[in-house]
Design a binder for this molecule. Structure first.
Ligand code: SF4
Length: 467
């Protein structure tokens, strides 16, 4: 995505990232959580937090902001512990408020519980209304809090019994980690919407949204948590079991297109190699004559390499990304928005001048940023700009953890690729087709494509009114 997320009105929002650690020997768990969350920063930049067992109590620290500013206090300090979880958040459900930061920590009739969740509960509205009518008071607008309410209200006497009762009630996407007393729990929903990995090093078991968070802790022995699986690891050992089943899978294909880091594995796929495959698939269906292939950094890099290799056109870093540009600008005028794009991405004139450019990006939401970017590249002297997208046309909202604008706002619902090209000033615009995307990911039955096709993998009870 071009801007991340400088302005939520023009780009897709990442979802969230989670991590959990249990160690049979005491170690500095908060510091390890910091490193893992730092690696997952791309999954959410609005808030960060950790919860860990500090002697006899579970403690939580969280705030709005990036991992380095919120959690650097945990670097180097010897906080010995055996269990903890962490979270980075991008607000998909509920706003960017401190109340919605995670982990959420509660003391209830089932004991002390801390929870960190990635995904969206797609029947949250229905469940919240039911609990509200039964007297529950919610402290946040995040749907993750629901899970804790359901656990607390369960008639089952213990935590695990309550969890078993609650899981069949929640629908949608959840890759989550919890600490109950001195035990770590990791769960992935039965359709497997969001990724989750588990690895082991010495006395420690670590769970994280992507393998880049395990790599940073030098963990090489890992596997994907299976859809519907619960991993429980604590003082009395580890137990892995399937606790929720589904007839089908619905792994989010957008994790591979855009959200995950290219050095990660998600859904047992190398993100970098998959994006190269998508770029090559775009090239295979493209007869455009061009001089250079230029990615919109960083998410377009791998796909542009694949396109360039397959098309036999040189790959060039024709755009420089300023990683220090601020991110919280919401600019009212197009001139100001253009300036924000200029601050973030800038053409390398020597690469672009006089050239026919194939510009590779991952997706097109409203077209606002692409229009500015095409103008910048043309102003830098490009003869032609041909925009190629590694996702199909985005037409439907997501109910499983990704912040996609309403149908009315998505440009592909009102314009054809030819009209979009005219609108953004490009010489042509081509999207990867759903069919070719399915060929790239191999087994399409394992993936969700609903934001392109409108065919949701489960019936969504609480659909948005504005659809
Ligand atoms: S609707 Fe789109 S973004 Fe949401 S889970 Fe499905 S593929 Fe991913």
């Amino acid at each position: 995505m071009i801007l991340n997320p400088v302005d939520k009105t023009v780009s897709l929002g990442h979802n969230c990232g989670v991590v959990g650690i249990y160690s049979s020997e005491e170690q500095n768990i908060p510091e390890k959580l910091f490193y893992a969350l730092f690696s997952l920063q791309h999954r959410g930049q609005e808030s960060a937090g950790i919860a860990y067992r500090n002697r006899d109590e579970l403690v939580v620290y969280k705030d709005l902001g990036m991992v380095s500013s919120v959690l650097s206090r945990y670097l180097g300090e010897g906080r010995q512990s055996t269990v903890g979880i962490g979270h980075v958040r991008y607000s998909t459900q509920g706003g960017n408020r401190i109340e919605n930061a995670q982990p959420i920590l509660v003391s209830c009739n089932k004991g002390d519980i801390a929870l960190a969740h990635n995904g969206n509960i797609s029947n949250a509205k229905t469940l919240t209304a039911r609990l509200g009518s039964e007297g529950s008071i919610f402290q946040s607008t995040s749907d993750s809090e629901l899970i804790l309410h359901l656990i607390a209200r369960s008639r089952q006497p213990d935590f695990e019994g309550a969890l078993a009762e609650v899981l069949p009630q929640i629908e949608g996407a959840y890759s989550m980690v919890m600490v109950h007393e001195r035990t770590l729990y990791a769960l992935r929903d039965p359709l497997g919407f969001r990724p989750l990995y588990v690895g082991v090093k010495g006395s420690a078991t670590v769970v994280a949204s992507e393998t880049c968070a395990l790599d940073i802790l030098q963990i090489t022995d890992y596997r994907s948590v299976r859809p519907g699986e619960m991993i429980r690891v604590g003082p009395d050992g580890r137990r892995d079991e399937i606790v929720a089943r589904s007839e089908r899978l619905a792994q989010c294909v957008f994790e591979l297109i855009y959200f995950a880091r290219p050095d990660s594995y998600v859904f047992d796929e190398s993100v970098h190699q998959m994006r190269k495959r998508m770029g090559a698939a775009l090239a295979a269906a493209d007869a455009v004559k061009a001089d250079v292939v230029v990615p919109v950094p960083d998410s377009g890099n791998s796909a542009a390499l694949g396109y360039a290799e397959a098309a036999g056109i040189p790959f060039e870093q024709g755009l420089t990304r300023n990683h220090y540009a601020g991110r919280s600008f919401i600019m009212p005028t197009s001139a100001q928005r253009e300036f924000v794009v200029r601050m973030k991405l800038h053409p390398v004139k020597s690469v672009i001048e006089g050239k026919r450019v194939v510009l590779i990006d991952d997706s097109l939401v409203r077209g606002t940023t692409s229009r500015t970017l095409v103008k910048l590249i043309k102003d830098a002297g490009a003869r032609e700009v041909h925009l190629r997208l590694t996702s199909p046309e985005l037409k439907w909202p997501c109910y499983f953890g990704i912040d996609i604008p309403t149908r009315k706002e998505l440009i592909s619902n009102s314009m054809s690729p030819g009209q979009i090209a005219e609108h953004i000033g490009a010489d042509s615009v081509v999207f990867l087709s759903i069919e070719r995307l399915k060929e790239c990911v191999g087994s399409s039955a394992k993936y969700c494509f609903a934001c392109f096709s409108g065919e949701y993998p489960i019936a969504v009870r609480d659909r948005r009114d504005e659809e």
